[in-house]
Design a protein around this ligand. Structure first.
Ligand code: NAD
Length: 269
Protein backbone atom coordinates (compact mmCIF):
# COMPACT_ATOMS: atom_id res chain seq x y z
CA UNK A 1 0.00 0.00 0.00
CA UNK A 2 1.45 3.37 -1.05
CA UNK A 3 0.32 6.25 1.13
CA UNK A 4 1.00 9.91 1.80
CA UNK A 5 0.01 12.10 4.77
CA UNK A 6 -0.75 15.83 4.41
CA UNK A 7 -0.61 17.75 7.70
CA UNK A 8 -2.20 21.09 8.54
CA UNK A 9 1.27 22.06 9.77
CA UNK A 10 0.55 22.85 13.42
CA UNK A 11 2.36 21.04 16.23
CA UNK A 12 -0.47 18.61 17.04
CA UNK A 13 -1.12 17.63 13.39
CA UNK A 14 2.62 17.22 12.68
CA UNK A 15 3.16 14.95 15.65
CA UNK A 16 0.14 12.78 14.69
CA UNK A 17 1.54 12.62 11.16
CA UNK A 18 5.00 11.52 12.40
CA UNK A 19 3.49 8.88 14.69
CA UNK A 20 1.32 7.55 11.86
CA UNK A 21 4.26 7.42 9.45
CA UNK A 22 6.30 5.35 11.93
CA UNK A 23 3.41 2.91 12.41
CA UNK A 24 2.74 2.66 8.70
CA UNK A 25 6.39 1.92 7.98
CA UNK A 26 6.28 -0.81 10.64
CA UNK A 27 3.29 -2.27 8.77
CA UNK A 28 5.30 -2.35 5.50
CA UNK A 29 3.40 0.50 3.90
CA UNK A 30 5.34 2.72 1.52
CA UNK A 31 5.39 6.49 1.81
CA UNK A 32 4.99 7.76 -1.75
CA UNK A 33 4.39 11.45 -2.39
CA UNK A 34 4.08 10.96 -6.17
CA UNK A 35 1.69 8.06 -6.64
CA UNK A 36 -0.12 7.35 -3.35
CA UNK A 37 -3.10 4.99 -3.36
CA UNK A 38 -4.35 6.58 -0.17
CA UNK A 39 -3.88 10.17 1.06
CA UNK A 40 -4.56 10.93 4.72
CA UNK A 41 -5.09 14.54 5.75
CA UNK A 42 -4.43 15.48 9.38
CA UNK A 43 -5.98 18.79 10.46
CA UNK A 44 -9.46 19.90 9.41
CA UNK A 45 -11.68 20.04 6.34
CA UNK A 46 -9.40 22.77 4.95
CA UNK A 47 -6.47 20.31 5.13
CA UNK A 48 -8.48 17.70 3.26
CA UNK A 49 -9.34 20.31 0.60
CA UNK A 50 -5.61 21.06 0.27
CA UNK A 51 -4.74 17.36 0.04
CA UNK A 52 -7.44 16.91 -2.60
CA UNK A 53 -6.05 19.74 -4.73
CA UNK A 54 -2.52 18.40 -4.34
CA UNK A 55 -3.63 15.04 -5.79
CA UNK A 56 -6.69 15.91 -7.91
CA UNK A 57 -4.72 15.03 -11.08
CA UNK A 58 -5.02 11.39 -9.98
CA UNK A 59 -8.57 11.23 -8.57
CA UNK A 60 -9.15 7.86 -10.20
CA UNK A 61 -6.19 6.27 -8.44
CA UNK A 62 -6.13 7.95 -5.02
CA UNK A 63 -8.61 7.63 -2.15
CA UNK A 64 -8.76 10.24 0.62
CA UNK A 65 -9.38 9.98 4.34
CA UNK A 66 -9.33 12.77 6.94
CA UNK A 67 -8.28 12.88 10.59
CA UNK A 68 -9.40 15.97 12.50
CA UNK A 69 -7.33 17.64 15.17
CA UNK A 70 -9.93 20.34 15.91
CA UNK A 71 -13.72 20.00 15.77
CA UNK A 72 -15.47 17.26 13.80
CA UNK A 73 -15.06 17.92 10.09
CA UNK A 74 -17.25 16.89 7.23
CA UNK A 75 -14.46 15.18 5.37
CA UNK A 76 -12.08 14.94 8.34
CA UNK A 77 -14.11 12.55 10.48
CA UNK A 78 -11.49 10.42 12.31
CA UNK A 79 -10.41 11.38 15.80
CA UNK A 80 -6.69 11.44 16.76
CA UNK A 81 -7.18 8.61 19.30
CA UNK A 82 -8.62 6.40 16.55
CA UNK A 83 -5.59 6.50 14.24
CA UNK A 84 -4.15 3.14 15.44
CA UNK A 85 -7.38 1.46 14.36
CA UNK A 86 -7.34 3.41 11.10
CA UNK A 87 -3.77 2.26 10.31
CA UNK A 88 -4.70 -1.35 11.08
CA UNK A 89 -7.61 -1.17 8.67
CA UNK A 90 -5.51 0.50 5.97
CA UNK A 91 -2.86 -2.24 6.41
CA UNK A 92 -5.59 -4.90 6.02
CA UNK A 93 -6.87 -3.09 2.92
CA UNK A 94 -10.23 -3.43 4.61
CA UNK A 95 -12.11 -0.44 3.27
CA UNK A 96 -14.83 0.57 0.93
CA UNK A 97 -14.45 3.39 -1.59
CA UNK A 98 -17.30 5.86 -1.86
CA UNK A 99 -17.42 8.42 -4.64
CA UNK A 100 -18.78 11.96 -4.55
CA UNK A 101 -19.39 14.41 -7.43
CA UNK A 102 -17.04 17.28 -8.29
CA UNK A 103 -17.48 20.47 -10.33
CA UNK A 104 -15.66 21.05 -13.58
CA UNK A 105 -14.94 24.76 -14.14
CA UNK A 106 -13.72 26.37 -17.36
CA UNK A 107 -12.75 30.05 -17.37
CA UNK A 108 -12.89 31.49 -20.91
CA UNK A 109 -10.88 34.66 -21.68
CA UNK A 110 -11.55 37.29 -24.30
CA UNK A 111 -7.89 37.65 -25.25
CA UNK A 112 -5.50 35.06 -26.68
CA UNK A 113 -5.23 33.16 -23.42
CA UNK A 114 -6.31 29.52 -23.51
CA UNK A 115 -9.31 28.64 -21.28
CA UNK A 116 -8.23 27.52 -17.81
CA UNK A 117 -9.64 24.30 -16.32
CA UNK A 118 -10.28 23.77 -12.62
CA UNK A 119 -11.98 21.27 -10.35
CA UNK A 120 -13.79 21.92 -7.05
CA UNK A 121 -14.64 19.55 -4.22
CA UNK A 122 -16.81 22.01 -2.21
CA UNK A 123 -17.68 24.97 -4.38
CA UNK A 124 -16.61 27.65 -6.84
CA UNK A 125 -17.63 31.27 -6.35
CA UNK A 126 -17.52 34.25 -8.67
CA UNK A 127 -17.26 37.87 -7.43
CA UNK A 128 -15.81 41.19 -8.57
CA UNK A 129 -12.28 42.16 -7.53
CA UNK A 130 -13.32 45.14 -5.39
CA UNK A 131 -16.56 43.87 -3.83
CA UNK A 132 -18.68 46.00 -6.16
CA UNK A 133 -21.88 44.55 -7.59
CA UNK A 134 -21.34 41.66 -9.94
CA UNK A 135 -23.54 42.02 -13.02
CA UNK A 136 -23.64 38.79 -14.99
CA UNK A 137 -25.84 36.92 -17.42
CA UNK A 138 -26.74 33.45 -16.23
CA UNK A 139 -27.29 30.90 -18.94
CA UNK A 140 -28.61 27.44 -18.10
CA UNK A 141 -28.08 24.66 -20.61
CA UNK A 142 -27.72 27.07 -23.54
CA UNK A 143 -30.68 29.32 -22.62
CA UNK A 144 -30.48 32.79 -21.11
CA UNK A 145 -32.06 32.55 -17.65
CA UNK A 146 -31.54 35.88 -15.87
CA UNK A 147 -29.30 38.91 -15.44
CA UNK A 148 -27.85 38.64 -11.93
CA UNK A 149 -26.87 41.67 -9.84
CA UNK A 150 -25.41 41.19 -6.39
CA UNK A 151 -22.31 40.19 -4.45
CA UNK A 152 -21.70 37.02 -6.43
CA UNK A 153 -22.68 33.48 -7.29
CA UNK A 154 -21.75 30.17 -5.70
CA UNK A 155 -21.81 26.80 -7.45
CA UNK A 156 -21.45 23.87 -5.08
CA UNK A 157 -21.17 20.10 -5.11
CA UNK A 158 -23.50 17.91 -3.01
CA UNK A 159 -20.75 17.27 -0.43
CA UNK A 160 -19.96 21.01 -0.48
CA UNK A 161 -23.64 21.84 0.04
CA UNK A 162 -23.05 21.75 3.81
CA UNK A 163 -20.25 24.35 3.56
CA UNK A 164 -20.51 27.92 2.12
CA UNK A 165 -23.69 26.96 0.24
CA UNK A 166 -25.46 26.23 3.52
CA UNK A 167 -24.59 29.70 4.85
CA UNK A 168 -26.13 31.15 1.67
CA UNK A 169 -29.44 29.38 2.28
CA UNK A 170 -28.83 26.62 -0.26
CA UNK A 171 -30.26 23.13 0.11
CA UNK A 172 -28.32 20.21 1.55
CA UNK A 173 -27.94 17.63 -1.19
CA UNK A 174 -27.08 13.99 -0.69
CA UNK A 175 -23.78 13.21 -2.45
CA UNK A 176 -25.26 10.18 -4.20
CA UNK A 177 -26.98 12.72 -6.49
CA UNK A 178 -24.76 13.77 -9.38
CA UNK A 179 -25.72 17.43 -9.40
CA UNK A 180 -24.47 20.99 -8.91
CA UNK A 181 -26.28 23.78 -7.08
CA UNK A 182 -26.26 27.47 -8.04
CA UNK A 183 -26.81 29.83 -5.08
CA UNK A 184 -27.01 33.61 -5.07
CA UNK A 185 -24.77 35.70 -2.82
CA UNK A 186 -26.83 38.75 -1.76
CA UNK A 187 -28.71 39.44 -4.99
CA UNK A 188 -30.30 42.84 -5.62
CA UNK A 189 -34.04 42.41 -6.01
CA UNK A 190 -36.43 45.33 -6.41
CA UNK A 191 -38.94 46.65 -8.97
CA UNK A 192 -36.17 47.15 -11.51
CA UNK A 193 -33.83 44.21 -11.02
CA UNK A 194 -35.00 40.64 -10.64
CA UNK A 195 -33.40 37.26 -10.06
CA UNK A 196 -35.11 33.98 -9.29
CA UNK A 197 -33.95 34.16 -5.66
CA UNK A 198 -34.03 30.41 -5.04
CA UNK A 199 -31.10 28.01 -5.26
CA UNK A 200 -31.11 25.99 -8.49
CA UNK A 201 -30.06 22.33 -8.64
CA UNK A 202 -28.87 21.03 -11.99
CA UNK A 203 -28.37 17.42 -13.11
CA UNK A 204 -25.13 16.14 -14.61
CA UNK A 205 -26.10 16.66 -18.26
CA UNK A 206 -26.84 20.39 -17.74
CA UNK A 207 -24.33 23.21 -17.50
CA UNK A 208 -24.32 26.78 -16.28
CA UNK A 209 -22.51 29.53 -18.18
CA UNK A 210 -22.02 32.88 -16.44
CA UNK A 211 -20.96 35.90 -18.52
CA UNK A 212 -19.99 39.08 -16.67
CA UNK A 213 -21.46 42.25 -18.18
CA UNK A 214 -18.86 45.05 -18.60
CA UNK A 215 -16.63 43.56 -15.88
CA UNK A 216 -13.59 41.67 -16.99
CA UNK A 217 -11.61 41.26 -13.77
CA UNK A 218 -13.23 38.47 -11.80
CA UNK A 219 -12.27 36.87 -8.51
CA UNK A 220 -12.94 33.17 -8.35
CA UNK A 221 -12.66 31.03 -5.30
CA UNK A 222 -12.30 27.32 -5.79
CA UNK A 223 -12.60 25.64 -2.40
CA UNK A 224 -9.96 27.40 -0.26
CA UNK A 225 -8.11 29.15 -3.12
CA UNK A 226 -8.98 32.62 -4.45
CA UNK A 227 -7.66 33.75 -7.84
CA UNK A 228 -7.91 36.99 -9.81
CA UNK A 229 -8.65 36.49 -13.52
CA UNK A 230 -8.22 39.26 -16.11
CA UNK A 231 -10.18 39.52 -19.37
CA UNK A 232 -12.84 37.00 -18.41
CA UNK A 233 -15.36 36.28 -21.13
CA UNK A 234 -17.40 33.67 -19.27
CA UNK A 235 -17.16 30.84 -16.75
CA UNK A 236 -18.71 27.45 -17.33
CA UNK A 237 -19.69 25.03 -14.56
CA UNK A 238 -20.87 21.44 -14.84
CA UNK A 239 -20.78 18.16 -12.95
CA UNK A 240 -17.27 16.77 -13.56
CA UNK A 241 -16.77 13.41 -15.26
CA UNK A 242 -14.38 12.40 -12.48
CA UNK A 243 -15.49 11.83 -8.91
CA UNK A 244 -13.52 12.10 -5.70
CA UNK A 245 -12.92 8.79 -3.91
CA UNK A 246 -13.06 8.55 -0.13
CA UNK A 247 -11.83 5.50 1.76
CA UNK A 248 -14.54 4.42 4.22
CA UNK A 249 -13.57 2.10 7.06
CA UNK A 250 -16.88 2.24 8.89
CA UNK A 251 -20.34 3.51 8.01
CA UNK A 252 -20.86 7.20 8.69
CA UNK A 253 -23.94 8.13 6.66
CA UNK A 254 -24.20 11.66 5.24
CA UNK A 255 -27.31 12.63 7.22
CA UNK A 256 -25.67 11.39 10.43
CA UNK A 257 -22.69 13.63 9.63
CA UNK A 258 -25.08 16.56 9.03
CA UNK A 259 -26.80 15.80 12.33
CA UNK A 260 -23.54 15.51 14.29
CA UNK A 261 -22.06 18.67 12.72
CA UNK A 262 -25.05 20.98 12.94
CA UNK A 263 -27.58 19.62 15.42
CA UNK A 264 -25.75 17.71 18.14
CA UNK A 265 -22.80 15.37 18.46
CA UNK A 266 -24.62 13.37 21.13
CA UNK A 267 -22.85 14.86 24.15
CA UNK A 268 -25.95 16.77 25.26
CA UNK A 269 -28.54 14.12 24.36
P1 NAD B 1 -11.60 26.25 7.04
O1 NAD B 1 -10.82 24.99 6.97
O2 NAD B 1 -11.49 27.09 8.23
O3 NAD B 1 -13.11 25.88 6.73
C1 NAD B 1 -14.10 26.76 7.10
C2 NAD B 1 -15.19 25.93 7.76
O4 NAD B 1 -15.91 25.23 6.74
C3 NAD B 1 -14.68 24.87 8.74
O5 NAD B 1 -15.50 24.92 9.89
C4 NAD B 1 -14.86 23.57 8.00
O6 NAD B 1 -15.08 22.45 8.84
C5 NAD B 1 -16.09 23.89 7.18
N1 NAD B 1 -16.25 23.07 5.98
C6 NAD B 1 -15.41 22.91 4.94
N2 NAD B 1 -15.94 22.05 4.06
C7 NAD B 1 -17.12 21.67 4.56
C8 NAD B 1 -18.15 20.82 4.09
N3 NAD B 1 -18.06 20.21 2.93
N4 NAD B 1 -19.25 20.69 4.85
C9 NAD B 1 -19.39 21.31 6.03
N5 NAD B 1 -18.46 22.14 6.52
C10 NAD B 1 -17.34 22.31 5.78
O7 NAD B 1 -11.31 27.23 5.85
P2 NAD B 1 -10.73 26.98 4.44
O8 NAD B 1 -9.57 26.08 4.49
O9 NAD B 1 -10.56 28.31 3.81
O10 NAD B 1 -11.94 26.18 3.79
C11 NAD B 1 -12.55 26.64 2.66
C12 NAD B 1 -14.02 26.35 2.78
O11 NAD B 1 -14.58 27.22 3.74
C13 NAD B 1 -14.73 26.66 1.50
O12 NAD B 1 -14.76 25.57 0.63
C14 NAD B 1 -16.09 27.11 1.96
O13 NAD B 1 -17.07 26.12 1.80
C15 NAD B 1 -15.95 27.38 3.44
N6 NAD B 1 -16.42 28.73 3.66
C16 NAD B 1 -17.55 28.89 4.37
C17 NAD B 1 -18.10 30.15 4.55
C18 NAD B 1 -19.37 30.27 5.32
O14 NAD B 1 -19.89 29.26 5.81
N7 NAD B 1 -19.89 31.48 5.45
C19 NAD B 1 -17.50 31.27 4.00
C20 NAD B 1 -16.35 31.08 3.28
C21 NAD B 1 -15.81 29.79 3.10
Amino acid sequence: MRYYIVSKGDHKSNSIKENMEAQMEANNMIKDADEPEIVISVGGDGTLLEAFHQYCHRVNETAFVGVHTGHLGFYADWLPHEVDKLIEEIADGDYEVIQYPLIDIIVNYNDDKEPSHHIALNEATMKTEDNTTLVADVNLRGQHFERFRGDGLCISTPSGSTAYNKALGGALIHPSLRAIQLTEIASINNRVFRTVGSPIVMPEHHYCLITPVDQRVIMTSIDHVTTKHHNVESIEYRVAKQRVRFARFRPFPFWKRVHDSFISDGRDE
